[in-house]
Design a protein around this ligand. Structure first.
Ligand SMILES: Cc1ncc(C[n+]2csc(CCOP(=O)(O)OP(=O)(O)O)c2C)c(N)n1
Length: 720
C-alpha cells in the first residue's frame, strides 16, 4: 500500500508529517508518469505543480477555502488527492473523469476551465461574494506565466489591485506557455528572476550592516533608500506592487517545506497578495524536463526512453501539416502574407511557418482578442494577415472579428484548426460553434474543406476573396486523398455535386462530406439513392444548387460537425425560406442543444451519428418515417392552383371523380397509404394520383408551379 492509496481527501493529507509529504510527492509524480505514458494527456505542467498543489491543500482548508486553477490542465495532482485517485486512469476518456477542473465532478473543483486566463477574475468574483455574504474563507488563484499573458488575466489583476480584497494569487512561473512564453510580461518576469542575484546580494549587505554596532540602524535606512533605487535599476519595475498587490517571491516552487511555511505565514494576509514561485515544466522526469514543449500534452510514450509510441492509425497527413505547408508555399509567392498565432505555434503548424519565414510570423501570447485586432490593423495597410486560431479559442475574439475586421470588410483570413469535435479535451475545446458565430456577420466568407486536398485550394482562395474569410478544418489526419500538385482558386459560394439520387439529397459540409458519401453508398446497396452535395461554403451558399435540389417536397438532409443551432443546416433552411421555396422537408444531423463530453473523436462522432453508419441510419429513418407533408396536404398542394373550371371539365368528362375523391380522402386509398408507408417519392405519389387522367387533360392543365412539380416528379420517376 502506498501513501497515495491512503489519501481520499485533503483531510488525510493534513494528517501526514513533512517526511511523508515528500514521499507522497514522489508517488504522485510516479503515478502521473505511469498513467500518462499509457493513455496520454497533459503532462509537463502537472509534474511541475506537485509540490505547490500539496502545499496548498496542506495549508488551506479545502474545500471550504477555494482554490481556482487557471486553465485546469495542471490539475492532475489536485485530482489525485481530492478523491479521484481510483478513476485517474480514466482521465480524458469517454465516460471517465475530465482532464480539467469541473464543478460537476468534485466539490474541490471550484471553477470550470479549459480556456486560459480566467482564474484571477473568477477568484476575485468569489472573494467579493464572500465579503458581501460576510463569510470568512480564503480564496486562491493559481495561474501560469503563460496564462498571465492573456488580456483577461490582466483585467482581473487590474480590478483585484483596486478592490483590495483578501485574495492570494499564485503565479506558477515555469517560463513556458505551451511553447516558450513570449511577450513583454514574460520578459518582465524573467527580469525579476534574474534580479534574484541582486536580492541575495542585498540580503548579504543588510546582514553585514546590521552587524556593524551603533551606526548599523542608520546605515540600514540609507541602504533602504539605495535599495529602492537599486531595485528599480536592476529589477525591471515592481509592477505587481504598483498595481496594488503585496508581492512575495520569486521562490523555489519545488521546495515543499518552504512553500508550506510560506503559505502558513501568509494565508491570512488581508489584501491582494501575489506569490511568485518558479517551477520546472516536466520536473522529475528527465525527457520531459529536456523537451518541455513536447511534454505539455503528450500521446503515449515509453517511460524508459521517453520516445513517443508510434500510432498505427492513418498515415494520411494531418490537416495542420497540410495547412502549414500550403501556407508556406503561398507566402513564399506573396510577401504580403503574415501569420499570427495566439500561443499555439505547434498546435496550428505555425512553428513550421515561423522557421521558414520568421519575420512574417507573430506569436502574440494567449491573446486571441489582440491577435484579431492586430490582424485588422495589418489588413488596413494592405497586408494579408492570417490568424491561425483553434475554433474554440476564436470565441474569445467574437467582438474583435465583428468590430475590428468584418464591419470594415478587411480581408483577414481565419484558419480555424480543431473545427468540430476535438476529442479528449472535451466541452471547452470542441470547435462546434464557429459556423454559427461567424456566418452571421455581413461580408464574411466561411468555408470548410471536405478533405486535406481541398484545404489547399481553399487556403489559396481565402486570400483572394477580398473579404474576411474563415476556413475551418478538423483536428487529426485527412482522408489520405490524392493531393493536386497545383493550387486552384475555387469559385466563391459554389458547391460541388458529389453524387446524384432521387430519394433525397444530403448537403454536407467539411469533413462530413466523405462520411456522407459513404452513407450514400450504404443506402444505395439497400436501393435508396440519395444525392450528395459538398457545400464547400457555409457562406455564401450556392443558390443554384439549393434551388435545384431543395425543390418543393424534396427531402433534404444536412450534415455538419457543428452546432445545429445557427449552424450550416440552419443556414440552408434559412436560404430555402429566403428563396421562397416551400414544403421542403429537412432533417439536420449535427450537435444538438447540449455540451459534448470528452472522449475519442470517433466515439463521439458515432454518438452524434456523424460517421457513415450514423448518417445512413438517420437518412434511412428520415426517408422511411416521414413524407414532406401528409398525403392529404400534398394532394391539396398539388391541386391548389388548378382552376375550378378545369376540375369541372374533368368532372364532365367523367374520368376525374375517382382520383379526385382519393385526393380529397387520401387516407382511404390503400395504395396511397402503402406509398406513404414506404416513403415514396413525390414522383411516385404524383404518378399514382394522375394515373387515370388522360394525357390530353394533363396537357390542358395550366402550367402553374405546382403542376410543373407534378410533371417534374413524373418525369423523374419515368427516368428511374
Ligand atoms: C484562451 C486559450 N488559448 C489557448 C489555450 C491553449 N493553452 C492551454 S495551456 C496553454 C499554456 C499555458 O501556459 P501556462 O499558464 O504558463 O501553464 P503551464 O502549462 O506552463 O504550466 C495554452 C496556450 C487555452 N487553453 N486557452
Amino acid at each position: 500500500m502506498t501513501l497515495l492509496d491512503t489519501i481520499n481527501s485533503p483531510k488525510d493529507l493534513r494528517k501526514l508529517d513533512r517526511r511523508q509529504l515528500h514521499e507522497l510527492a514522489g508517488e504522485i509524480r510516479y503515478r502521473i508518469i505511469d498513467v500518462v505514458s499509457r493513455i496520454g494527456g497533459h503532462f509537463g505542467g502537472n509534474l511541475g505543480i506537485v509540490e505547490l498543489t500539496l502545499a496548498l491543500h496542506y495549508v488551506f482548508n479545502t474545500p471550504r477555502d477555494q482554490i481556482v486553477f487557471d486553465t485546469g490542465h495542471q490539475s492532475y495532482p489536485h485530482k489525485l488527492i481530492t478523491g479521484r485517485r481510483d478513476t485517474f486512469e480514466t482521465i480524458r476518456m469517454h465516460g471517465g473523469i475530465s482532464g480539467f477542473c469541473k464543478r460537476e465532478e468534485s466539490e474541490y473543483d471550484v471553477f470550470n476551465a479549459g480556456h486560459a486566463s480566467t482564474s484571477i477574475s473568477a477568484a476575485l468574483g468569489i472573494a467579493v461574494a464572500r465579503d458581501i455574504k460576510a463569510e470568512n474563507y480564503r480564496v486562491v488563484a493559481v495561474i501560469g506565466d503563460g496564462a498571465l499573458s492573456g488580456g483577461l488575466a490582466l483585467e482581473g489583476l487590474n480590478q483585484a489591485g483596486h478592490l483590495k480584497r483578501k485574495l492570494m494569487i499564485i503565479l506558477n512561473d515555469n517560463d513556458m506557455s505551451i511553447s516558450t512564453n513570449v511577450g513583454a510580461m514574460s520578459g518582465y518576469l524573467n527580469g525579476i528572476i534574474k534580479g534574484q542575484a541582486y536580492n541575495q546580494a542585498k540580503d548579504l549587505a543588510r546582514g553585514i550592516m546590521d552587524r556593524i554596532p551603533v551606526v548599523g540602524g542608520k546605515l540600514h535606512g540609507l541602504a533602504s533608500d539605495m535599495e529602492q533605487l537599486f531595485k528599480h535599476m536592476i529589477v525591471p519595475g515592481t509592477l505587481f506592487e504598483e498595481l496594488g498587490f503585496k508581492y512575495l517571491g520569486p521562490y523555489d516552487g519545488h521546495d515543499l517545506d518552504f512553500l508550506i511555511d510560506l503559505f502558513e505565514k501568509n494565508k491570512d494576509y488581508n489584501g491582494p497578495l501575489l506569490v511568485h514561485v518558479i517551477t520546472k515544466k516536466g520536473k522529475g522526469y528527465v525527457p520531459a524536463e529536456n523537451k518541455p514543449i513536447w511534454s505539455h500534452g503528450v500521446t503515449p510514450f515509453d517511460i524508459e526512453s521517453g520516445e513517443v509510441v508510434k500510432s498505427t492509425k492513418s498515415s494520411a497527413p494531418s490537416y495542420t501539416a497540410v495547412f502549414a505547408e500550403t501556407l508556406i508555399e503561398l507566402a513564399k509567392r506573396d510577401p504580403k502574407i503574415v501569420a499570427i498565432t495566439a500561443a499555439m505555434p505547434e498546435g496550428t503548424g505555425l512553428d513550421k511557418f515561423g522557421k521558414a519565414l520568421p519575420e512574417r510570423t507573430f506569436d502574440v501570447g494567449i491573446a486571441e482578442e489582440h491577435a484579431v485586432t492586430f490582424c485588422g490593423g495589418m489588413a488596413t495597410q494592405g497586408m494579408k494577415p492570417i490568424a491561425a486560431i483553434y475554433s474554440t479559442f476564436l470565441q474569445r475574439a467574437f467582438d474583435q472579428v465583428f468590430h475590428d475586421v468584418a464591419i470594415m470588410d478587411l480581408p483577414v483570413v481565419f484558419a480555424l484548426d480543431r473545427g468540430g469535435i476535438a476529442g479528449a479535451d472535451g466541452p471547452t475545446h470542441h470547435g462546434i460553434y464557429d459556423m454559427a458565430y461567424l456566418r452571421i456577420f455581413p461580408n464574411m466568407v466561411c468555408m470548410a474543406p471536405k478533405d486535406e486536398n481541398e484545404l489547399r485550394h481553399m487556403l489559396k482562395t481565402s486570400f483572394e476573396t477580398g473579404h474576411p474569410t474563415s476556413i475551418r478544418y478538423p483536428r487529426g489526419n485527412g482522408f489520405g486523398v490524392t493531393m493536386d500538385a497545383e493550387l486552384q482558386s475555387l469559385p466563391v459560394g459554389k458547391g460541388e455535386v458529389m453524387r446524384e439520387g432521387e430519394a433525397g439529397v444530403i448537403f454536407a459540409i467539411g469533413n462530413e462530406v466523405w462520411p456522407s458519401m459513404q452513407a450514400a453508398e450504404i443506402l444505395a446497396k439497400e436501393g435508396i439513392e440519395v444525392a450528395v452535395v459538398n457545400a464547400r461554403f457555409i457562406k455564401p451558399l450556392d443558390d443554384e444548387l439549393i434551388t435545384k435540389y431543395c425543390r418543393p417536397f424534396a427531402r433534404v438532409i444536412t450534415v455538419e460537425e457543428g452546432s445545429l443551432a445557427g449552424g450550416f443546416g440552419s443556414a440552408i433552411m434559412e436560404r430555402v425560406q429566403h428563396l421562397g421555396i416551400r414544403n421542403v422537408d429537412f432533417h439536420r444531423i449535427g450537435i444538438p442543444d447540449e455540451y459534448v463530453h470528452h472522449g475519442a473523436q470517433d466515439v463521439l462522432r458515432a454518438q452524434y451519428d456523424l460517421d457513415a453508419n450514423g448518417i445512413a441510419k438517420r437518412v434511412r429513418e428520415f426517408l422511411r418515417t416521414t413524407t414532406p407533408m401528409s398525403l392529404g396536404e400534398m394532394a391539396e398542394e398539388i391541386w391548389k392552383d388548378v382552376p375550378e373550371e378545369v376540375f369541372r371539365r374533368m368532372h364532365e368528362k367523367g374520368h376525374d371523380s375517382d382520383h379526385i375523391d382519393k385526393v380529397k380522402k387520401p387516407d382511404e386509398d390503400p395504395d396511397l397509404a402503402a406509398l406513404n408507408a414506404r416513403g415514396a417519392t413525390l414522383g411516385e405519389v404524383a404518378e399514382h394520383l394522375f394515373k387515370d387522367v388522360p394525357e390530353e387533360d394533363l396537357a390542358r392543365l395550366p402550367g402553374s408551379d405546382h403542376v410543373d412539380e407534378v410533371v417534374y416528379g413524373l418525369r423523374r420517376t419515368a427516368t428511374k
